[in-house]
Ligand binder design. Structure first.
Ligand code: ADP
Ligand code: MG
Length: 318
């Protein structure tokens, strides 16, 4: 078993194909680690509680003896623990985590890149996913929406300056901790790699048109994340997706990705954010604002809101 720690030379992220065997709910049930509270993931790191899982990974709340802290272990599912393609994805995600260091982006503490239970060791974030919050309580009120927008703009501006695209900015990859944080760097890549993409990468409903068809509409770059931000904020502000769900099995690209041909409806958006959010959803990447320009658009909205009382603390940022 090899444990990688921050500071080691990370593997170079490569093009990762979005071809993942989609697990049925039954398969998701059987292809899981089934760890109970106290079970050892690796020596010195114990599972406490299962947090969730996707098609390739399962996330567990865990206790790390060396850090003496709660962490999240993002484990490769058992049937993929020796799958070279999945392990390459894990290495690439760890490389990205090692490269990025920002208050609004999830931090990684380490990785176990081979052995029985390959996994990433991640900072534990308290708070629901934005997607869960919207499902439970509906659209966010402006006093929650604008700070979220500013945090995500800050994360995207930093990533653009670092030469990295996230490619999966969406409510399920946003944790509403204080401050809100962008998670899941599983398909993030450098601008150079993104510009060379020849296949779609991301989550269908939140993908920029050039992410859907990089060959015809690319190159893919930082503007793709600005689209993801716009789609995320649209959902957060209205409770609705900006575009209807397409049919993932359709051979017709416009049926699979309605955003290729439809325009989002600005009507349900609160007037204070309608213009910047719609600008993010411009089909033409060059016409979308930069993350820094969006910050300039959202900041006056924040200033117009009632000031929070911080019991004697004078906020310095106003
Ligand atoms: N650091 C974390 N803190 C809290 N929950 C997390 C963390 N990382 C992941 N999760 C939970 O696990 C789920 C899957 O993690 P994610 O990195 O998005 O993996 P996937 O690539 O499978 O989408 C998330 O949607 C979230 O609910
Ligand atoms: Mg995810």
């Amino acid at each position: 078993m090899r444990q990688a720690r921050a500071g080691g030379a990370p593997a170079r992220p490569s093009h990762r194909r979005a071809i993942v065997h989609v697990l049925s709910p039954d398969e998701q049930e059987t292809r899981r680690w089934g760890l109970d509270e106290g079970d050892e993931i690796v020596p010195g790191r114990h599972a406490l509680q299962r947090l969730g899982g996707g098609h390739r990974y399962e996330a567990y709340l865990a206790f790390d003896d060396h850090l003496h802290a709660l962490v999240v272990a993002k484990l490769v599912r058992p049937h993929l623990a020796e799958d070279e393609h999945t392990l390459e994805g894990l290495r690439a995600e760890w490389a990205m985590l090692s490269r990025l260091d920002h208050p609004a982006i999830l931090r990684g503490f380490g990785a176990v890149l081979d052995g029985t239970r390959p996994h990433l060791v991640l900072e534990h974030l308290e708070g629901p996913r934005l997607s869960s919050l919207i499902r439970r309580h509906g659209p966010l009120p402006p006093e929650q929406l604008i700070p979220l927008a500013l945090q995500l703009c800050s994360a995207l501006q930093y990533m653009a300056a670092e030469g990295v695209v996230h490619l999966d900015v969406k409510p399920a990859n946003t944790i509403m901790s204080g401050p809100p944080r962008l998670i899941d760097l599983s398909v993030a890549m450098t601008h150079a790699d993104a510009a060379g993409l020849d296949h779609s990468v991301g989550t269908d409903t939140y993908m920029a048109p050039e992410q859907c068809l990089p060959h015809d509409l690319g190159p893919v770059g930082a503007a793709a994340d600005v689209w993801g931000l716009g789609a995320t904020l649209y959902r957060a502000a209205t409770g609705k997706r900006p575009f209807s769900k397409g049919d993932p099995d359709s051979p017709e690209t416009a049926v699979r990705w309605p955003q290729l041909v439809l325009e989002a409806d600005p009507e349900p958006l609160p007037p204070a954010v309608a213009e910047p959010v719609m600008a993010c959803l411009d089909r033409e990447p060059q016409r979308r604002p930069l993350a820094g320009e969006l910050t300039d658009a959202f900041e006056p909205v924040l200033r117009s809101q009632a000031r929070p009382r911080l019991s004697g603390l004078k906020p310095r940022w106003r």
